[in-house]
Design a protein around this ligand. Structure first.
Ligand code: ADP
Ligand code: MG
Length: 559
């Protein structure tokens, strides 16, 4: 039997590639710069084994030039270049990756990962260009070749002149249409932005001729435009640097540069893991709540990089909701990217990283609480509510992990205390962890219901946040001590003091209580004698699971 080869309508495939793989046009620049960086890396690797080659880092760079009038955008590199066959094979065959082949043939050093692997990134140039011209001279060759294509109709290859080894990619940028703006890809500021966004940590300098106006020499008010070649990218990612060489200032600068927030971060964490998945991460706990934190527009997530190239702006899967305030980035070589390199193929590695990060954030917060109490309180005032939501959400799945991070205002300490601190101070005869709910600490202080508990010398936690009591109900008990609202029917204190006396009083005033109940109707369940009051004549209590305050919150919720 004869095995036949699949035929493919290459025009259609190219068309599909160009129009359906990528969500953003600007990605083309990331792809072409990644290719240029790979091409330089290949010389670097060749030099490791080839004694006739030396690799002097200063000679290698990528240059981006735009000519608005001619609508030409050039991306030139001093990398390994392509021979005629390589142009034919790598650019003439869709999904053929010379870089993947290179990776398989050479043993690559950690941290010098080649980016290319799918063999499609190059064609993204056709998203923004009518014509793509590639002029290349391969390392070790005297000949240069020109590859040119207008997209679907195929390509031509011809002999041409080029002095230095390397590749020039020349794009003739499309004219604007009604729906699409292409002019932006010829604008200096826009190109700079795109380079910064996706390619900031490419290891080699990405240069551009940058125009700026400067005061004319000898003049006080006359300006002149000058053009200077500048390096746009930061090159060395801070997360690849040795922790020992970095100062807090470096981390703070990175936070500001990346615009993670406009505040100064309260705490930064630098993680380097070399385990089942290798990754580097820099995480920040901000000081202040971002202005949009409680708005629907707020998106949680960390930046996700693969070998120094930005893949996702906000990878939500890396953070649980209760740590949604954490900012920062993760870089890993071990991610399995999908073909557009905008998403991940499998989330196994990501899940592992997320789990690690979650643990790390928790232990950082714990150490902040233990060693830098003031900072922790500052943090807690900003984001404590989120932790309490975390305890309550997902049916309490995370309560064990989070309960030790909670704090509440204490009637005795007059400041925020942890549950552990509360329990450690409990007198032996105290059965419950008492709390009182109200709008403010001042109001709670005046609640008649707190009197008896406070009189016994017991500490009371003040709940002023709607979520507080819900979270506590989810925890149920801490170190085997149950939580008890001071307004609940049975406080666990009255027992010895009540008894016969109450029963007698109850009987004596039966008529009065019945009349009061009749007057109040459905508003109360019963009117009873209470022993918990000292200076107040009356208070409300509840018998059920739901306290009066929780009822208020529930009633206020939209149905
Ligand atoms: P990938 O980068 O995933 O391999 P591309 O479509 O981006 O796929 O590129 C295809 C191939 O073309 C690359 O693998 C590489 O061999 C070659 N190539 C592309 N651009 C360059 C360049 N600037 N210099 C040298 N080779 C290049
Ligand atoms: Mg590529």
């Amino acid at each position: 039997m004869e095995t036949k080869q699949f035929k493919a309508e290459s025009k259609r495939i190219l068309d599909m590639m160009i129009h359906s793989i990528y969500t953003h046009h600007e990605i083309f620049l990331r792809e072409l710069i990644s290719n240029a960086s790979d091409a330089i890396d290949k010389i670097y690797y060749k030099a490791l084994t080839d004694e006739s080659l030396t690799f002097d880092k200063d000679n290698y760079y990528i240059k981006v030039t735009a000519d608005k009038e001619k609508r030409i955008l050039k991306i030139c590199d001093t990398g390994i270049g392509m021979s005629r066959e390589e142009l034919e094979n790598n650019l003439g065959t869709i999904a053929k990756s010379g870089s993947l082949a290179f990776k398989n043939e050479n043993e690559l050093k950690d941290g010098y990962d080649i980016i290319g692997q799918f063999g499609v990134g190059f064609y993204s140039a056709f998203m923004v260009a009518d014509t793509v011209t590639v002029i290349s001279k391969a390392l070790g060759s005297d000949e240069a070749y020109k590859w040119e294509s207008k997209g679907a109709d195929g390509y031509t290859i011809s002999h041409c002149e080029k002095d230095a080894v390397g590749t020039d990619i020349i794009l003739t940028i499309k004219e604007n249409t009604e729906d699409e703006n292409y002019d932006e890809f010829l604008e200096e500021y826009r190109l700079k932005d795109i380079i910064k966004k996706y390619s900031d940590f490419i290891r080699y300098p990405i240069k551009m001729d940058v125009t700026s106006s400067k005061l004319k020499e000898g003049s006080e008010n006359e300006y002149e435009e000058i053009v200077e070649e500048k390096v746009i990218n930061s090159m060395v990612p801070i997360w690849r640097k040795n922790k020992k060489e970095l100062t807090q200032q470096d981390y703070d600068n990175f936070y500001a540069e990346k615009r993670y927030g406009f505040d100064k971060p309260l705490k930064s964490v630098h993680i380097s893991v070399d385990g089942a998945v290798r990754y580097n991460a820099i995480l920040y706990i901000p000081e202040k709540i971002p202005f949009d934190y409680y708005s629907p527009e707020f998106e949680k997530g960390l930046e996700l990089y693969s070998s120094g190239v930005l893949i996702m702006n906000k990878c939500a899967d890396l953070l649980p909701d209760y740590f949604s305030f954490v900012k920062g980035m993760v870089d890993s070589e071990d991610l399995s990217l999908n073909i557009s390199r905008e998403m991940l193929q499998h989330d196994r590695q990501l899940k592992l990283i997320a789990k690690n990060i979650n643990k790390k954030i928790k232990s950082e917060l714990q150490s902040l609480l233990k060693n830098e109490r003031e900072k922790y309180v500052e943090f807690y005032n900003s984001f404590g509510r989120q932790l309490k939501f975390g305890v309550y959400s997902d049916f309490g799945t995370h309560k064990e992990e989070l309960q030790d991070l909670l704090m509440f205002y204490s009637s005795i300490e007059k400041k925020l205390v942890t549950l552990e601190e509360y329990v450690s101070r409990m007198p032996e005869d105290q059965k419950y962890i008492y709390y009182a709910v109200g709008e403010t600490n001042e109001r709670i202080e005046k609640l008649p219901q707190t009197e008896l508990v406070a009189d016994k010398g017991y500490e009371i936690l003040y709940f002023t946040d709607d979520i507080d009591e819900f979270a506590i109900k989810m925890i149920m008990s801490y170190q085997e001590k149950e939580f008890k609202s001071v307004s609940s029917g049975d406080l666990g204190i009255e027992a010895e003091e009540t008894g016969k006396e109450t029963a007698a009083e109850e009987a004596e005033n039966k008529d009065l209580f019945e009349a009061m109940k009749a007057a109040l109707g459905d508003k109360v369940k019963a009117v009873r004698v209470s022993k918990r009051l000292k200076s107040h004549p009356v208070c409300l209590t509840s018998d059920g699971e739901v306290s009066i305050e929780m009822e208020k919150v529930l009633n206020a919720m939209p149905n």
